[in-house]
Design a binder for this molecule. Structure first.
Ligand SMILES: [Zn+2]
Length: 97
């Protein structure tokens, strides 16, 4: 599952981002919200940087220690690790349709 977001550039690697891996939060479970919102976390699908949507939905690089919720932090780190492993196995952009 992924979410469509306003196109912008990863602040870490400058890859264009218009889809983000879905990070399920408690709010998603409650509202089935499919759209990213300010304060949501995501991971760059190219460089695996941990990112957070700021006000006006601009992405900012964050450190895992900034993620207060343990379950969310674990999920972000798992997604990030998976992306890094996939990139190692297949350096060609596997995410492009
Ligand atoms: Zn990136």
């Amino acid at each position: 599952m992924s979410r469509r977001v306003e196109a912008q550039w990863c602040p870490s690697c400058f890859e264009r981002i218009d889809m983000t891996p879905q990070i399920v939060t408690l709010r998603d479970l409650v509202t089935h919200e499919a759209k990213a919102r300010p304060g949501d976390y995501t991971v760059c699908i190219k460089c695996a940087a941990l990112l957070r949507f700021g006000r006006k939905m601009l992405l900012k690089i964050i450190d895992a220690s900034e993620v207060e919720d343990k379950a969310t932090r674990a999920k972000l780190l798992t997604v990030s690790r998976t992306i890094k492993e996939l990139r190692k196995e297949n350096p060609i952009n596997v995410w492009k349709n």
